[in-house]
Design a protein around this ligand. Structure first.
Ligand code: ADE
Ligand code: ZN
Length: 328
């Protein structure tokens, strides 16, 4: 990272805790827990092995299979916050999935409390503020999503500020998940859903017309529909853009095809995010640097992006004011 990019106070609104574990850490935790990892999880170059979106989701599930306790969640959360702080990130929201935790026998309380211990330690040591967005998994279906939303609503925690949905966008519709999102919104949680990443504009329309969301994860394919761009701007819906992820997953073939600048020019609030760093060979700092290198975004514009991200974050007003003061 260039020194001027490094010095910018960065905000990340879209990263997945289960998707931020590097291969070395997966192996270390698996060994400690006596777990044999699935054959073929890594390439010979020691990255995760996958070839398309569905295989990526499979590798992501397998990586998180090394986890067995709240302490393991604490470890991966702390590692992530530490790495991000070293790149100048001052605030991040990360998705945590109770379904992934439950698969390996970790309760919701243990997961959240483990993450919260890491958030406290990282803020004390590095000044970074971390918050959690509890995520349901789309391909597990609407009924399971309602269970996750209810669990979240029934167990409020000051660091749990949002509710979201990832997973396979080709299964079910956004509307199918309205009951889950209504439970979360009624509990005072900010809401976001992955849309317009694998599917086109119709998925984003479905989300903004039928779910109580103020943000969309990715949403980049909104660029294919001029009316949708206007609707996003008018309704103040922000896009959590993850360019490196989009290129890695072949949503776009190259930087020149990526619509980041078009979305900004349309007056839509965007943030820059890493999504799943070890899977896509990226970091938040890399995404800020890529914005300079591949989208001709200036240092001043990067600060505007950080400020937009604060405004669209699910943090309380006092935290937002503190973050804006740090961005300068
Ligand atoms: N879960 C983790 N990363 C994801 C992505 N890019 N799309 C959908 N679900 C995800
Ligand atoms: Zn994502």
């Amino acid at each position: 990272m260039q020194a001027d990019v490094q010095s910018i106070a960065k905000i990340e609104l879209h990263g997945h805790l289960e998707g931020c574990i590097y291969p070395q850490v997966v192996r270390r935790i698996a060994e400690r827990n006596g777990i044999t990892l699935k054959e073929g999880l890594f390439t010979s170059a020691d990255t995760f092995a996958w070839n398309d979106f569905v295989e990526f989701l499979g590798a992501y599930d397998e990586a998180s299979f090394c986890l067995r306790s709240g302490e393991d969640y604490e470890e991966i959360t702390y590692e992530y916050l530490k790495q991000c702080a070293a790149e100048g990130v001052i605030y991040l929201e990360t998705f945590a999935s109770p379904d992934h935790a439950a698969t390996v026998g970790i309760s919701y309380a243990d997961m959240v409390q483990g993450c919260a211990r890491a958030i406290d330690r990282a803020e004390a040591e590095f000044g970074i503020i971390g918050r959690l967005i509890i995520s349901c998994v789309r391909h597990l279906g609407p009924e399971q999503a309602v269970k996750v939303a209810q669990l979240t609503a029934d167990n409020p925690h000051p660091y749990v500020v949002g509710f979201g949905m990832g997973g396979n966008e080709s299964m079910f519709t956004q509307t199918d998940f309205a009951p889950a999102f209504e439970i979360a919104a009624a509990a005072g949680l900010g809401c976001t859903t992955h849309a317009g990443e694998v599917l086109g504009p119709e998925s984003v329309w479905d989300a903004i017309d039928n779910l109580p969301v103020t943000r969309i994860g990715h949403g980049v394919r909104s660029v294919e529909d001029a009316e949708l761009l206007l609707a996003l701007k008018d309704r103040g819906v922000a896009l959590e853009v993850c360019p490196g992820s989009n290129l890695a997953l072949d949503v776009y073939p190259d930087w020149a095809s990526h619509p980041l600048n078009k979305l900004i020019d349309a007056g839509i609030n965007v943030s820059l995010n890493s999504d799943d760093p070890p899977f896509f060979a990226t970091t938040v700092g890399t995404e800020y640097q890529n914005a300079v290198d591949h989208f001709a975004i200036s240092i001043e514009q990067l600060k505007v992006i950080s400020r937009m991200a604060v405004a669209d974050s699910f943090a309380d007003e006092e935290t937002k004011a503190k973050l804006l003061a740090r961005i300068g």
